[in-house]
Design a protein around this ligand. Sequence first.
Ligand code: DGY
Length: 326
Amino acid sequence: MKPSILVARAIFPEVLKKLEQVFDVDHNQADEVLSAAELQSRMRGKLGALTTGSERIDAEVLAACPQLKIVANMAVGYNNFDIGAMTAAGVLATNTPDVLTETTADFGFTLLMATARRVTESEHFLRAGQWTKWSYDMFAGAEVHGSTLGILGMGRIGQGVAKRGAHGFGMNVIYHNRSRLTPELEAECKARYVSKDELLKTADHLVLVLPYSAASHHAIGAAELALMKPTACLVNIARGGIVDDAALAVALREKRIAAAGLDVFEGEPRVHPDLLTVPNVVLTPHIASATITTRMAMATLAADNLIRFLTEGKALTPLNPQVLER
Ligand code: DGY
């Protein structure tokens, strides 16, 4: 008998087929969003699960699913996992690092440019039939090349954004991170380490690429927004909850900062209603890693983690490798 697993959300049929060669798969190709209770009941009795960032795996779920051995997240972020509880329960957690780095950094830059150059706002104006004449300051935005790019969170994706800014657009790159990069990496990214306050006060474009945790909750709130330049643009490709969305909507409406580009939201897919009514914000539905090639690589890596672990006791990208040693 094949081991049984749950694939919690729809995935590429090719990847599902690959899993079905090894496992008895309970899939969700209808892509229903499972409630916590549904997730528990579908996962009960399964040895493994493939999740996305939307499914919460915590002590309660783990207690209800004692057979569970591995949960493979199809995401690099894993704030939906209680890693401590998973480790205590002997459940391996895996994520999908590296395969999405460059694509996500591309999108960070896409959002930065769309925000700085007011792409969405001007398109809405055009579509609404309001474009009747050229004028010298129509949708004049912020300069990108040669400006100061600030990056909060300098992991692999942050470094990708830095390189694009420094090498492609001649930007002056500054960053703040829990730990400083090595001198070699700083040179590669042409990035200078600064305090968080200096970052906020100096950046013309501030890109958030830090992981979400209790410590980074509302890392950008009213006080931080108040430190930013009134001409600055803020871009969030990290996680909802890092920015206080209500405070951001106020700052945008009152033009305390110039504009924002947001791919992630507190409590998504719900979006703070005030963000939907301010014009100086570009909003996208959590698509920073969304190219077919990258999403396929993410799904394949998550599937390979399940296969390797449940057939050989090994994993490609474990988050709590101590479980493997037991
Ligand atoms: C990630 O990988 O963490 C992304 O946010 C999910 O698309």
